[in-house]
Design a protein around this ligand. Structure first.
Ligand code: PMT
Length: 410
């Protein structure tokens, strides 16, 4: 089921008594981390209300093809593109027939015609209807086009008959749906990532900050999400949009970033600190704008900020903790000493003296250092580098997780 994390699923509901089970199915898919949008045929609404599905999915239910308002929101083509998978449960005999004959006469059939996503159907109908030659032919046609059929199951039916045609139970359907997705290296894991700069206010209009753009941290967040992780992105002020499917917590100061990092830390498997956190902040924030005086030199009094990544690395239970080292000289030796001093599992060193990599550039070049290994990753776009880094972090994490388990059971 962990494979459903971050997956975007259209749940199509067609007319049949088993439609009441679609409510439970929606709940299970959501609980497994999927984003669910429900599309109902007109006859499905005779069996279960759209309001129930809206409440359970957390999204408006889509029903009509020729509805200007709905099309202006998320139209049928957008829905077809949005879906990672379309699941139709229950799939009635009539719906299977319309799909098999290539019809696009309502919203759900149109989405099925327009999508590139895999389509899975959980048939549900009376046993005689399922055995009918026409339905069997339609089932074979749909399977020959690559659509997947989940079931139907055999057993007692709502009409009193016994035989094949029962819709599978919601848990079974959800498990079969999850099995359609590949397992990523971080499937089922929760990753917290800090990104961007912090701002340390001096007065209502001024602050101390740095040149971090957030690009490295955001690229890591997307790569971790693509590897199957649930990602919490804790971001300082940047000019980047919130990445799709990733929960972003926006913060300003180091103290705010620390609090956001510690919130729900017990859920975090891997913590990656890509943010450029101000080491010091003004001892006091002036209530009003500081006025220019006659003095030529102005003194600022600063106090040390909490070290976020070190706090996380020394917490219990400790997530696998990865820091970055931004250095302008002696990059590797400074990084190694930070790895040790901050109790990190890995550190990613980058040379921020260069303008083509590091701060605010689209590319980076890094050295990944653990207690026993040092590996250099050559200059590449931050997106490309992030994918490689996530694979390296995942490999080290799984290695260390195995070791810890072995120790526990020894
Ligand atoms: O945002 P971009 O423009 O894409 O640039 C990317 C980057 C250069 C900012 C990034 O690759 C990077 O190096 N981030 C870490 C910057 C930094 O603050 O490095 P540091 O060597 O000062 O800190 C070491 C580690 O401690 C870092 O993981 C940092 O997040 C963490 N730290 C530092 C101070 C502090 N008070 N709390 C921390 O958690």
């Amino acid at each position: 089921m962990q494979r459903l994390t971050n997956k975007q699923i259209i749940l199509g509901i067609t007319g049949g008594i088993a439609a009441y089970k679609s409510a439970e199915l929606t709940r299970i898919l959501k609980g497994a981390g999927a984003e669910v949008r429900v599309v109902m045929t007109a006859s499905a609404t005779e069996f279960i209300t759209p309001l129930t599905l809206q409440a359970l999915s957390g999204n408006p239910v889509h029903q009509h093809l020729l509805d200007a308002e709905a099309e202006a929101g998320m139209g049928h083509i957008e829905l077809a593109k949005w879906a990672d998978l379309i699941l139709i449960a229950p799939a009635s005999a009539n719906f299977m027939a319309r799909l098999a004959s290539g019809q696009g006469d309502d919203l759900l059939t149109t989405i099925c015609l327009a999508t590139d996503a895999p389509i899975c159907l959980a048939p549900a109908m009376n046993q005689a209807m399922w055995r009918d030659e026409g339905t069997q032919k339609n089932a074979t046609t749909l399977e020959s086009r690559g659509l997947k059929l989940f079931g139907p199951g055999v057993g007692e039916q709502a009409c009193g008959d016994t035989g094949p045609g029962r819709m599978l139970e919601p848990t079974e359907i959800a498990e079969l749906t999850a099995a359609q997705f590949d397992r990523g290296s971080l499937t089922g894991k929760t990753v917290f990532i800090t990104a961007g700069p912090t701002r340390e206010p001096l007065d209502p209009v001024r602050y101390i900050s740095n040149h971090s753009s957030g690009k490295m941290g955001y690229a890591l967040a997307e790569a971790a999400m693509e590897a199957g992780a649930k990602v919490k992105l804790i971001s300082g002020p940047v000019n980047l949009p919130a990445p799709a499917r990733i929960g972003r917590t926006s913060v300003e100061s180091a103290e705010e970033m620390l609090n956001a990092s510690l919130e729900d830390l017990s859920l975090c498997d891997i913590f990656i600190a890509a943010a450029a956190v101000a080491d010091y902040r003004p001892t006091a924030i002036a209530e009003h704008k500081i006025k220019k005086g006659s003095e030529e030199i102005m003194e600022l009094h600063l106090v040390k900020n909490p070290d976020i990544v070190a706090t996380v690395a020394n917490s219990s239970p400790k997530p696998f903790t990865v820091g970055f080292a931004a250095e302008t000289r002696d990059v590797i030796s400074y990084a190694k000493s930070k790895l040790e001093r901050k109790n990190l599992d890995l550190i990613i060193a980058n040379d921020v003296s260069r303008s083509d990599i590091g701060f605010n550039s689209d590319e980076n070049a890094v050295t990944v250092i653990s207690a026993t290994t040092t590996e250099t990753l050559p200059q590449a776009s931050k997106r490309q580098l992030a994918s490689k880094l996530i694979e390296k972090i995942a490999a080290q994490y799984h290695g260390s997780a195995v070791t810890e388990k072995e120790i526990e059971t020894a």
